[in-house]
Design a protein around this ligand. Sequence first.
Ligand code: SF4
Length: 239
Amino acid sequence: MAMWNPWRGCKKCSEGCLHCYIHKGDVKRNINTNDIVKTKDFYKPMEKLKDGSYKMKAGMIYLCFSTDFLIEEADMWRRECWYMIRERQDCIFLFLTKRIERFMDCVPDDWDDGYDNVIVCCTIENQKNADKKLSVFQTLPIKHKCITVQPLLERVDLKKYLEDIELVVVGGESDYYARPLDYEWVLDIRDQCVQKNISFEFRQCGTHFIKDGKLYKLQKKDLCRQARLANIDFTAIPL
Ligand code: SF4
């Protein structure tokens, strides 16, 4: 999995951030996550080998997985990133954001109806943020849109926001104090996706997982495996 983190650090901005793994990891390393700083990898997509080929190979690039691509503190750096994204047409750049309301203030002048090689995942965790953020997301000119519902904190109705969505990913929270994930909520979102023929993926269980009304405590190492074992992913049928 190719990653590109041009900067690091992030600030908590919604209910889903409570047990953010970036913040937890930084506490152990004595790093202040609230400091947003450029990394040595800022120009990674442009770096070349001696033979003139790019070091970063063609394919899917996961962008800003230790920060938020749309965070305000990076506004002066993002223009250069867009330039590199435009240059690397052989790569698909995917980023998640909890700051979708900032999107139109962050796009480059030539964005128009979006770049072909950019996938934007809007992240929400409850009905309040679904209504607030996805109502904005659905109006945005983006060629490839996904929704990530993680950590899923309650039953969420996404139906009116699924138009033009390529994939919905759902997951629970991983933490000693994790808020519980009820499997019924997961199945409910899956049903909404199947009804609208939208691809769906159950990415991970929660540490505290409720199934048939019974609460289970799962090990971190088992969270993704248990979600896979549920075998409920759905691939949209080409129409
Ligand atoms: S937006 Fe994402 S990376 Fe930033 S604090 Fe929240 S969960 Fe962590």
